[in-house]
Design a protein. Structure first.
Length: 121
């Protein structure tokens, strides 16, 4: 699932409608892993209202200097890097959020098709 919001919508505010849609498609999910931008009692209580989900916040250590790989967060960063390799997603060229979402979905389909083609050959 993906959604594109205007810049004036905070990540944690946009997460609730997205996670409601995710719940319908993937009812077996039990844990939501997020970074520090999603911490707060309001999002945690909204998640409990949607489903019996556990919210795990991955925080950066205060003692860490320079680049440090954070557990589970590298999965999201790697996926965003793959999507960023698509020319239309390298910059925010789109003026409509539905067009931007369409290109995110097309880039994801392209990645999956390449993986499937590699497996079948």
């Amino acid at each position: 699932m993906a959604t594109v919001h205007p810049a004036d919508v905070q990540d944690r505010d946009g997460a609730v409608p997205l996670l409601k849609a995710v719940r319908r498609l993937f009812p077996f999910i039990t844990t939501v892993i997020a970074d520090g931008a999603y911490q707060g009692q309001q999002l945690a209580s909204a998640l409990r209202a949607i489903a019996d989900w556990q919210l795990d916040i991955v925080k950066r250590s205060d003692q860490a200097k320079g680049f440090v790989v954070l557990p589970k967060r590298w999965i999201v960063e790697r996926t965003l890097a793959w999507l960023g390799r698509c020319r239309r997603l390298s910059k925010d060229f789109e003026n409509l959020s539905r067009i931007a979402l369409a290109f995110v979905l097309l880039a994801s389909i392209r990645l999956m098709l390449r993986r499937l083609a590699r497996l079948s050959s």
